[in-house]
Design a binder for this molecule. Structure first.
Ligand SMILES: Cc1cc2nc3c(=O)[nH]c(=O)nc-3n(C[C@H](O)[C@H](O)[C@H](O)COP(=O)(O)OP(=O)(O)OC[C@H]3O[C@@H](n4cnc5c(N)ncnc54)[C@H](O)[C@@H]3O)c2cc1C
Length: 414
């Protein structure tokens, strides 16, 4: 049972699935292998997170025909307010000042994005999904790669695209080293209903133990007797030693703690989803490829969620790789040739490194305890706030608009 494709994607997370759809949109035939049951990944208890989809990434999803879900279920972030704790001095980013004048991002539940991606994968006859499937062997030879599955199926293609996440077995097998460290931080993630509207404003409040982010979500519609309710996602970083204690709090107590940290600006809060926790770390691979293997998304890099950029980086990898592979295929080149992989790496490495560096610096800067550090940070935020060109430059980077954008990030199929 040998089957031949243009590329084999290993890992059907958000990055792997989007990559499959992007390659198929460029008429490449792909196999995607996922070890878990993808329908089980749609359960709210599997991933209760929501992601901030940056404007360039949103344009790519629209170009791939996934725009409806952003319009019908996403919530536009029109402004971001950054403060050092509850200091009145702040930095305010407003989409009205940004160019192009699009929202700063769109908040969408990961589960909703997974659902639409899976529907699209299954409907596209250029994509073959193997899931749940166990890989028993991989071989990367001089002229092709093969992936053998436990049921006896053997897949072959010029190149394997590793989208198998932070612990990527393919990366480790290829001997690609990573720079990595853990933060003394764990993100507590949950969903809140609140009394006052969020007005599409996201808030990032920095505390010495880590950032506390409130991210606007679409209101919960009225349900029978229950009226419509305002809603936000919460990503609250705490010291890892406190994680077990915070997770053991009752929903009411956790909502009360969140309310204190927010200074009550959204009024009374109620937890409307179970809290889950994620230990936080950074890793960056020394190279993004080996013979007939290319790393994509968290398999190549992972960062602190302080600025909501991890998935966006992975999806920017997807846009660049789709362009590199499809243009190489049009020229009849071997998709597993090192020159093809090098072109992708050159395109993505600087942006990924700069984003990892910036988020790491932010996490450290705001982690310095003490009154003097607090005063310096608050004054710094207020100073940047008075400099519109600098604010616009920050917004451009956060929206993924900086640098040489591949066609998909400009909203074109190329
Ligand atoms: C608390 C938190 C909040 C975040 N918020 C944001 C945000 O707002 N915006 C943003 O841009 N990013 C955010 N991120 C980052 C983002 O979630 C990740 O970068 C992104 O989900 C990575 O996707 P991925 O597909 O590369 O990896 P993964 O999601 O890890 O997927 C890897 C897939 O590969 C499969 N797999 C692994 N090994 C094998 C194998 N051997 N065979 C077959 N399949 C295999 C796994 O089952 C899995 O499905 C956040 C992260 C955290 C922790």
């Amino acid at each position: 049972m040998q089957q031949t494709y243009d590329a084999i994607i290993v890992g059907g997370g958000l990055v792997g699935q989007t990559l499959a759809i992007a390659l198929a949109a460029h008429d490449l035939r792909v196999a995607i292998v996922e070890r878990a049951d993808p329908d089980a990944h749609l359960a709210p208890e599997f991933d209760g997170r929501a992601s901030a989809i940056a404007s360039s990434t949103a344009r790519m999803l629209r170009a791939l025909g996934l725009g409806d879900v952003l319009d019908s279920q996403g919530c536009a972030i029109r402004a971001i307010r950054v403060t050092d704790g509850l200091s009145p001095r702040h930095l305010h980013f407003d989409s009205a000042e940004a160019e192009p004048a699009e929202p700063l991002g769109i908040m969408l539940e990961n589960r909703v994005l997974r659902t639409i991606l899976l529907d699209r994968l299954r409907a596209d006859d250029r994509i073959t999904l193997f899931a749940p499937a166990t890989i028993v062997a991989t071989d990367r030879g001089a002229d092709r790669s093969t992936v053998a599955l436990a049921d006896g199926t053997v897949l072959q293609a010029p190149v394997i695209l590793a989208c198998d996440g932070r612990q990527s077995a393919l990366r480790q097998e290829a001997g690609i080293r990573t720079a990595r460290w853990q933060y003394d931080g764990t993100a507590i993630v949950t969903m809140l209903a609140h009394e006052k509207p969020h007005d599409h404003v996201a808030s990032e409040l920095f505390y010495p133990e880590g950032p506390f982010a409130q991210l606007p979500m679409r209101d919960l519609p009225a349900d029978g007797e229950k009226p419509a309710r305002h809603r936000s996602a919460l990503v609250w970083t705490i010291r890892s030693s406190d994680a077990a204690g915070v997770k053991a709090l009752s929903p009411r107590a956790l909502a009360h703690e969140a309310e204190k940290r927010m200074g009550g600006f959204l009024g009374h809060l109620e937890l409307i989803a179970p809290a889950s926790s994620y230990p936080l770390g950074l890793h960056h691979s020394e190279r993004y490829w080996a013979e007939r293997l290319i790393l994509v998304g968290d398999a190549a890099h992972g960062i602190h969620p302080i600025a909501g950029q991890g998935l966006n980086m992975g999806l920017r990898d997807v846009a660049a790789l789709a362009e590199v592979l499809s243009s190489s295929a049009r020229l009849g080149l071997d998709l597993g040739h090192p020159d093809v992989a090098r072109r992708y790496e050159r395109w993505r490495r600087a942006d990924n490194f700069a984003t990892a560096f910036a988020t790491d610096s932010l996490a450290r800067l705001f982690g310095v305890p003490g009154k003097a550090a607090h005063t310096i940070r608050s004054t710094g935020l207020a100073a940047v706030n008075r400099l519109p060109p600098l604010r616009r430059a920050f917004m451009k980077v956060a929206r993924g608009e900086a640098g040489d954008l591949p066609p998909l990030l400009r909203g074109e199929l190329g």
